[in-house]
Design a protein. Structure first.
Lengths: 295, 628
């Protein structure tokens, strides 16, 4: 029982980061029908910002907003340079464009920095834990869960209460109609990328705090988690993306602690397999979004 | 219908031989100038070409972006290595191999065959998954499944050292035992080329392309895209397995990272740059990217001095040079996606070009006009023996909105029935139900004795119900004639009896002059007529036409009425035609159903319906309310 509770808390912490990443992926998918394989690069960029600023002796309190800001700016820049040029192209083109962006950004860091993994200082409290009854809770997990909750509430308010949020949701439901109703596609798409960058930046801060290092290919894992979580939730559903992230986090932690030792090193593989099975039996993801196909 | 031997077999074979000759000759010439250093480069290029051709067979013909083919390659590569390397080597690397594998040794050809077999089994399972996930052109879920496959294979390869030698040791062949002649590579490359081209020209390949262009229209034409996609996947996996086995053999070893992200990027970039929809393009892409990468590598190695510019050192430190190849790849892929997403050659094929050159001068004669089999209309003297299409009590809910509320109708095989009603009355929904694209909450529909409710779209189409779409769905990349020809091929397989000639149908639709134009280039009226001809080519029992004259002028509309009746008579089909234009419907129909708010409010001859006060109320609203 204790172990289960412990797993749940660990899984929630991990899942919260995934949820933020997935939400960012889903927001962009909603407005552009683009599955953004370059989403993880936002964290890579933030990682190098952290490397340089921390190396210059700055404290995490200053570095944190810089990471978030760099993610937002990168997201907007990617949209401007690459994605705005393929708007309305076939899904195949969109998929490969985002894949190409992913490689170009990691190649830029390969070129101008180095292929090697560079460490930086983690905040001292990351590994601290405190006890509640029999449970050992990490300060880090607590912070992640709290910040994620606040971010999600903020995002919900943004989407529900503001004109921008309304346009974004309308565009996600039916982009063409939304445009006919006077939603400006430029504004809403850039807004979506900015929001996506903000969410990735917040997730990235925690991701980097735990990793304590950065390399040009560091973006692949968070990208994969975000994309998979968004798919588990049923792409196009923002609520589904959050649920998908939490489910993925919990599944990973539970599998790692429950699988026999001989298979435990293959946890990632087992998770992928489960996801493939999910798609086979429920191709639309956990949360169903009804798409009216006009014929 | 057998493939046309010249166009579908002879020319592709000749084209493949020519492509092969040019490709290999290019490599050999480069090699003769650069000496031994370039030998390996050319060998690697030949093997890359086999793998890229394998990927092309799936990605090109189905339009599904696959990251997983290098994952299949990893499976094949390991299977090959485990069976082919010597027992002494295995004892060193994988002493605890499961299933007693370290006892087994096969010669390379057999090991390759085993590798193909193992990979095919995995591909079959993945293929079912892809099919279930609704794989169609550009499908996101399908792409992620293939990405997951790539990661799973990599993960397993890294973490199952008993079988794979793990991440550091890997599996190696004894030095010197690896590939020492290029002959097998040449043979496999030629084979891969021929397989890829013949598949593209085969019935299965053409249907896969149709589904790539428009999945829904393909299903409405009786094509089951999942069968064609799975066929494409299996054939492509065979080629990838062969290429991967060769790659492992040539390399002399295999490590998990040999078949992972960077090789996926390389092979996809080659395919994209050359042109994913073309076999010629795949080879062009391999050549261009190999040359470009080699160029980038030497630029890194020697600095700019190669060009006598003497620009060295400075910002170009070793890191920069080391990674120029990666940058080149990423930029090439991104650049082509943004500026030329169909690659260098688009869907141009060498043999297609040769064929056009060969046949350019003789232009075929205009075909005889279609003869009417039986005049359509209630006034036919002998009652028709075909099955009656009957639909009843259909209820469809979209969320809270009831689109159809107990609607029903019947069409006899020799009549033209109109279905009319204001926008939103449920006309299109009713056709969607009859063709299996929307599942009704209640109701029944059958063709003669055959209950169609449980059947899927492509089965209903094969049963003889062929539809057109309100918002035109043609196979845009195919020519006018190919659009009709495809339908005719499906009909030949699934609809017994005689079929109208493809050329005659094209001419009948007024498209003879533009028969070799791509469907996506047609003007609106021609596109509508092509859709009609394509449906008629299936020799249907019933044609279901959804607003066939929308957007046409009155004169065009009258012309269309004549064509519809004539074509229906020529293929002996009953017609159900939908429109909201009362003049058009009364002009073409023998009988009319009037649909309003989801149910039939009136039925009868045009005169009867026009006189019906309920119809006037529905159509003219308040005015007739005032009259009553």
């Amino acid at each position: 029982m204790t172990e289960l509770a412990q797993n749940l808390i660990d899984g929630l912490g991990r899942g919260s980061i995934y949820a933020l990443l997935a939400l960012g992926v889903a927001v962009v998918f909603g407005v552009m029908h683009l599955l953004n394989f370059a989403h993880g690069e936002l964290i890579t960029v933030g990682g190098y910002v952290a490397l340089w600023t921390l190396g210059a002796g700055w404290s995490w309190y200053i570095v944190t907003p810089l990471i978030v800001l760099s993610a937002v700016l990168t997201s907007l820049a990617i949209e401007r340079v690459a994605f705005s040029r393929v708007r309305g192209s076939s899904d195949f083109t969109l998929l490969l464009t985002s894949f190409g962006v992913h490689f170009v950004i990691s190649a830029i860091f390969l070129l101008y920095v180095s292929a090697s993994v560079k460490p930086f200082d983690r905040p001292s409290w990351v590994t601290n834990t405190y006890s509640v009854g029999p449970l050992n809770i990490e300060v880090y997990d607590t912070a992640v869960i709290a910040v994620t909750a606040i971010t999600l509430i903020g995002t919900t308010l943004l989407l529900q209460r503001t004109m921008f949020g309304l346009s974004l949701r309308a565009a996600a439901a039916d982009f063409d109609t939304a445009r006919l109703m006077g939603v400006r596609s430029d504004t809403v798409i850039r807004g979506a990328f900015a929001l996506s960058g903000l969410l990735a930046g917040i997730a990235g801060v925690f991701w980097l705090m735990r990793a304590g290092s950065i390399s040009p290919s560091a973006g692949i894992t968070p990208m994969l988690k975000g994309v998979l979580a968004a798919l588990i939730g049923g792409l196009g559903s923002l609520r589904g993306a959050v649920i998908g992230g939490l489910v993925l986090g919990l599944a990973e932690v539970l599998l790692r602690s429950r699988l026999p030792d001989s298979v435990a090193s293959l946890t990632e593989g087992v998770v992928f397999l489960l996801i493939a099975l999910l798609f086979i039996f429920r191709p639309q993801g956990l949360v169903t979004v009804k798409h009216a196909v006009r014929v | 219908m057998f493939p046309r031997l010249g166009r579908d077999v002879g020319f592709p074979l000749a084209g493949c031989a020519l492509l092969f000759a040019v490709f290999v000759a290019g490599g050999l010439i480069y090699q003769s100038f650069q000496g031994r250093a370039a030998e390996r480069l050319v060998t690697v290029m030949l093997i890359d070409a086999i793998i890229v051709l394998g990927i092309q067979i799936y990605v090109g013909n189905t339009g599904v972006l696959s990251f997983g083919h290098i994952g299949f390659g990893a499976i094949a590569g390991y299977a090959f290595a485990v069976f082919a390397i010597s027992p002494e080597e295995k004892l060193k690397r994988i002493p605890d191999a499961p299933f007693g594998l370290n006892e087994v040794v096969l010669n390379p050809v057999l090991a390759g065959a085993v590798a193909i077999g193992v990979t095919m089994i995995v591909a079959l399972v993945v293929g079912i998954g892809l099919a279930r996930s609704g794989a169609e052109s550009g499908a996101v879920a399908a792409t992620v499944i293939t990405l997951a496959l790539l990661f799973v294979t990599h993960e397993v390869a890294r973490n199952w050292p008993d079988l794979t030698g793990g991440n550091r040791a890997g599996l190696t062949f004894k030095i010197g035992a690896a590939l020492d002649s290029r002959l097998p590579i040449y043979l496999c490359l030629l084979g891969a080329l021929i397989l890829a081209r013949l598949f593209a020209q085969s019935r299965s390949g053409k249907l896969a392309v149709a589904a790539r262009e428009d999945n829904l229209a393909a299903r409405a034409m009786g094509v089951n895209p999942l069968v064609q996609q799975t066929a494409a996947l299996l054939i492509s996996v065979i080629v990838v397995s062969v290429g991967s086995s060769l790659r492992v053999y040539e390399n002399g070893s295999i490590l998990p990272d040999n078949f992972f992200f960077s090789y996926t990027l390389l092979t996809l970039a080659m395919l994209i740059v050359g042109g994913r929809n073309s076999v010629t393009g795949a080879l062009v892409g391999v050549a261009v990217m190999t040359v470009g990468r080699e160029f980038a590598r030497r630029l890194g190695q020697d600095g700019f001095e190669v060009f006598g510019l003497g620009l060295d050192a400075g910002p170009l430190d070793w890191v920069f040079r080391e990674n120029l190849q990666t940058v080149f790849l990423g930029l090439a892929m991104l650049g082509f996606m943004i500026f030329r997403s169909d690659g260098l050659v688009g869907d141009w094929e060498l043999d297609g070009w040769l064929w056009r050159r060969w046949n350019g001068r003789k232009s075929p004669e205009r075909p005889e006009p279609l003869a009417e089999v039986a005049p359509v209309g209630l006034h036919a003297e002998v009652p028709h023996e075909g099955a009656i299409l009957e639909v009843g009590d259909i209820v469809v809910d979209f969320g809270g909105f009831r689109a159809l509320d107990g609607a029903g109708l019947s069409v006899a095989p020799d009549e033209v029935v109109g279905l009319i009603g204001p926008n939103g009355a449920g006309k299109t929904t009713l056709v969607n139900v009859i063709t299996g694209m929307v599942e009704p909450a209640e109701g029944w529909f059958r063709l003669g004795e055959r209950d169609l409710r449980t059947e899927s779209s492509h089965e209903i189409a094969r049963a003889g119900l062929l539809r057109t779409f309100q918002n035109l769905r043609l196979f845009g990349a195919l020519t006018v004639r190919q659009n009709v020809d495809l339908a005719s091929r499906v009909a030949a397989r699934h609809r017994p009896g005689t079929h109208p000639s493809v050329d005659a149908l094209v001419a009948e639709a007024g498209l003879w002059e533009v028969r070799d134009r791509r469907a996506r280039e047609l003007d609106y009226g021609s596109a509508r007529r092509l859709e009609l001809a394509r449906a008629a080519a299936m020799a249907p029992s019933y044609l279901l036409l959804d607003e066939p004259t929308s957007g046409m002028s009155d004169a065009e509309s009258d012309e269309m009425i004549r064509r519809i009746r004539h074509m229906a008579a020529a293929v002996d089909a009953g017609v159900l035609v939908i429109d909201h234009d009362l003049n058009f419907i009364t002009g073409i129909s023998d009988r009319i159903y009037v649909l309003d708010q989801g149910h039939v409010i009136s039925v009868g001859t045009p005169d009867e319906v026009q006189a019906d006060p309920a119809v006037r109320a529905a159509y003219l609203g308040t005015e007739s309310d005032a009259q009553t």
